[in-house]
Design a protein around this ligand. Sequence first.
Ligand code: SIN
Length: 521
Amino acid sequence: MKAIQTDRIVIVGAGLGALYAALLLAPRPVVIISPEQLGEGASSAWAQGGVAAAMDSADSAQSHAADTVKAGDGTVDPKVADLVTQEAREHVLKLTALGTPFDRTENGDYVMSREAAHSFARVVRVKGDQAGAEIMAALIDEVRQTPTIQVLEGTMALDLEVTDSHVTGIAIQSADNLRSAPVMLRANAVLMAGGGSGGLYAVTTNPPRIRGQVIGLAARAGAVIADAEFVQFHPTALDVGEDPSPLASEALRGEGATLINNRGERFMQSVHPDAELAPRDVVAREIFAQSQAGLRPMLDTRDVLGEAIKTEFPAVAKACARNNIDPAREPIPVAAAAHYHMGGIRTDTEGRASLGNLWVCGEASSTGLHGANRLASNGLLEALVFARICATNIAAYVPERASPQINITFEDGSTPPDAKAVAELRQTMTAHVGVVRDASSLKRALRKIAELEATFGASVSFLNMTATATLIAASALCREESRGAHERSDFPDRLPGDGQRSHFTLKDALTLRAKICEETS
Ligand code: SIN
């Protein structure tokens, strides 16, 4: 394999965590591995809600931390919740200084959205549902003006090179030509700041390329993966047959929008005292149950917003218009869709993975903040806080040296993933590792993943997807309880006592998978 030595810090991914870390590391030279042009294809840019932060003087970081712990259903690390919520304000101020046009009241205070399971309206927003896009636009502007940041647009990570449990290089290929042979970048530090796993599911709100590859490639290199079974399903993805499914922000329910079914029943009132603002896992399960029962759940914004939805939530209004839905006159059909992976590459409070020279932030990480159910709008916040932590830690441990720009030309030499196999993998995850699981569906999924891998495993990119899929299904099979977003119909109760986080290596998961495959032969 062609190899290039660099003293740049390699940052994988181009979402909020990646760009923020790159800016905090400046003037230290970094190179960003970005599959698309900056701003395209990153989950952060699609985030509608905003950043959760106790900005109101009547609110507090302690209250935010307590809500985070409660929503996480017994598996949040309270130390991490304290750490993240205490830094929230400082990062919102920094994003403001970088040019993010947060919505303001007439007095100049931040406009705060209310989202589920928050005891306070504490989500800073931009033009209703434009927070992700606007924050990213401000950071991209800054990145483009920072000469020490090199962005390799149109490249993606495939593999890690590991020597004595330390990462020594990362193999990348052209994202525009999946037949291209990988090129090894040998570097002193790698920061994984890529996306999660939503796109491993057939019904997802995640951008098309986000299919668990970052977690998968770290797992294939031996990194410990935590809480893989905890996949968050968003209750209100538009049920309009688009892939990915457009999102209808939870902030709409914060404004008072209701959930009804095709009988006109407001069904959440009998499920939870907080009705539509119950924790996200509770609402997603009920939406799923209504869909399964053929009751066609819908989000009704007519009374509370009327025509104003078109100016106050432009992304939602645009998705409705594209699908001939007028939300001022009719309710919006919705379904539960894979949205966020609480699990990921296990990190400590310095952002370090279990392999040396490897740091992780953002959705690909599992820091212990989210537990079994992420509190709304804590995703962007966690990316900011851990990007800062990773950048500080890398700067403290990795020697700074000037480094020239990297020039790469790719030649053919890889097997691309088979499109039909990817579609089958995604269908399998939605059908058998979805909102409600049981042992027999999870075993079926593991057998199917093994079969697909045996047939199509010549593609390393596909192996990264099946690695993550295997980890999700195997850890879901081992967790014999229902907790947060992990609902087992064969184990409907929570185990007594404090919840335990799960820790798996891919080797453990593959051993389990092989055993399940043998059971039927
Ligand atoms: C939403 O706006 O409903 C999504 C926010 C989030 O996932 O945190």
